[in-house]
Design a protein around this ligand. Structure first.
Ligand SMILES: [Zn+2]
Length: 178
């Protein structure tokens, strides 16, 4: 690694946030998708490292969230204020727009309802000791931790990691950060 690399020059540590409130960028260094939602409107979605969505703007509130700081300290993400990241991000956004265009064209060409979005699988409520079953469709399961109505207020205490199962489907694991 050369002395001029982005990693060495501009990478930040959680403590650096105490004296910084400008724009932040985050890059996923791991092989799993990272989704972080604090249920206050701050959402971060990062594709696996090497994918064209492994870089994103980092909302300051997410950067300050203890759950996010845990994966930050663990070295799973690189946080930077470097303008080079901003330039890279513009290229990422261009790719995403192109992808969505391609996807929309594909949907037009082949209207086929996905079985995944309709299936509702009962899951145990995440809250410790709770025996309630939670019913979520695939879209809800990809965005919201399975919590019964009593425990729904605890959603921000969980962080989601999505890994690819052997059959190619996404496998979602919720971890408590409390
Ligand atoms: Zn519950």
């Amino acid at each position: 690694m050369t002395a001029g690399s982005v990693e060495e020059r501009e990478s930040l540590r959680p403590l650096d946030l105490l004296k910084y409130d400008g724009p932040l960028y985050v890059k996923n260094l791991g092989g799993t998708k990272i989704v972080h939602d604090d249920n206050k409107g701050n959402q971060l979605i990062l594709g696996p490292n090497g994918s064209d969505s492994d870089l994103a703007m980092l909302p300051l509130d997410v950067a300050r969230n203890p759950g996010f700081q845990k994966i930050w300290r663990a070295g799973q993400v690189l946080v930077s204020k470097d303008e080079e990241m901003e330039e890279a991000l513009r290229i990422v956004e261009k790719n995403i727009i192109q992808q969505e265009k391609t996807r929309a064209e594909g949907i037009q060409a082949q209207v086929q309802p996905s079985a995944n979005t309709k299936s509702v699988t009962p899951t145990d409520c995440l809250a410790g000791g709770c025996t309630q079953k939670v019913y979520q469709n695939a879209q809800q399961a990809a965005n919201t931790p399975p919590l019964c109505p009593v425990h729904q207020g605890r959603a921000s205490e969980y962080i989601m990691t999505v890994t690819q199962a052997e059959d190619g489907t996404d496998k979602t694991v919720w971890t408590s950060i409390g």
